[in-house]
Design a protein around this ligand. Structure first.
Ligand code: ADP
Ligand code: ADP
Length: 226
């Protein structure tokens, strides 16, 4: 089974059609990107994968298992959003540990060890006692990534995680995220409106427009003149 299989996914909000029949397959370990203009349905697709949104029609399978009626916390998914969703009243370590609230730490580790291990993974060793607001935007997004990865999800969803950063930090974070993804081998679905970003970072890219996938391919196969 592929890591993700989406078939004829449809979402309607009243008279607005957000998704008009999305079909997509993501292979195990792939870094797969949905790219397209604002309002084309990228976030809605991600929200359906995460289980935050009930599709009007269609199906989602993760590792061959139907996600119909499966709540977000039981899907084995980690999500990082656009804006920093860290809790400002909690330390960095507590924010990461929050990612373990449903799962607990992996077999054979304590919560504390797991938090330390994750902060090392995202290149923020020793940051556990810091307040989130003393960190740069890129550092905060890496903490959000550590929190999302804490329970060892099988699928990582990233919704424009770089968009609030300036160009230089965005480039650095993009490289870091890709390195971490490769190191873990975790299947990742990434959402961006930035075509250049999509082409530089992805194994495969799906071009989304008007609630449909117009094109899917490896970066060098896309946008080529016929
Ligand atoms: P993208 O992530 O590509 O910017 P979205 O998935 O957020 O696009 O939105 C797709 C379409 O669905 C847009 O037309 C948007 O206005 C509409 N939409 C998204 N969420 C809602 C909602 N909660 N209620 C009504 N319309 C929505
Ligand atoms: P607990 O859940 O243990 O009752 P807290 O809510 O205070 O306690 O913190 C949650 C978890 O956050 C802690 O168990 C610990 O694993 C993690 N944590 C908090 N601060 C640190 C830190 N400085 N270093 C490593 N982990 C930390």
């Amino acid at each position: 089974d592929p890591a993700v299989r989406v078939e004829d996914l449809r979402v309607e909000y009243g008279s607005t059609t957000a998704l008009d029949g999305v079909d997509v397959t993501v292979e195990e370990g792939e870094f797969f990107t949905l790219v397209g203009p604002s309002g084309c349905g990228k976030t809605t697709t991600l929200r359906c994968l995460a289980g935050f949104e009930e599709p009007t029609a269609g199906s989602i399978h993760i590792a061959g298992e139907s996600m119909a009626g499966v709540p977000p916390e039981s899907r084995g998914i980690g999500v990082v959003f656009q804006s920093y969703a860290l809790f400002p009243h909690m330390s960095v370590g507590e924010n990461v540990a929050y990612g373990l609230r449903f799962s607990g730490p992996p077999e054979g580790t304590t919560k504390h060890e797991r938090v330390e291990e994750l902060l090392e993974l995202v290149d923020l060793p020793g940051f556990a006692d810091r307040d989130p607001d003393t960190l740069s935007g890129g550092q905060q997004q890496r903490v959000a990534l550590a929190r999302a990865l804490a329970p060892e999800p099988r699928l990582l969803l990233l919704d424009e995680p770089m968009s609030a950063l300036d160009a230089r930090l965005r480039e650095r974070l993009r490289v870091q995220v890709r390195e971490i993804q490769r190191e873990l081998g975790i299947t990742t679905v990434y959402v961006t409106h930035d075509q250049e970003e999509a082409l530089s970072v992805s194994d495969r890219v799906a071009v989304v427009d008007g609630g449909r996938i117009e094109q899917v391919g490896r970066p060098r196969e896309l946008y080529d003149a016929p």
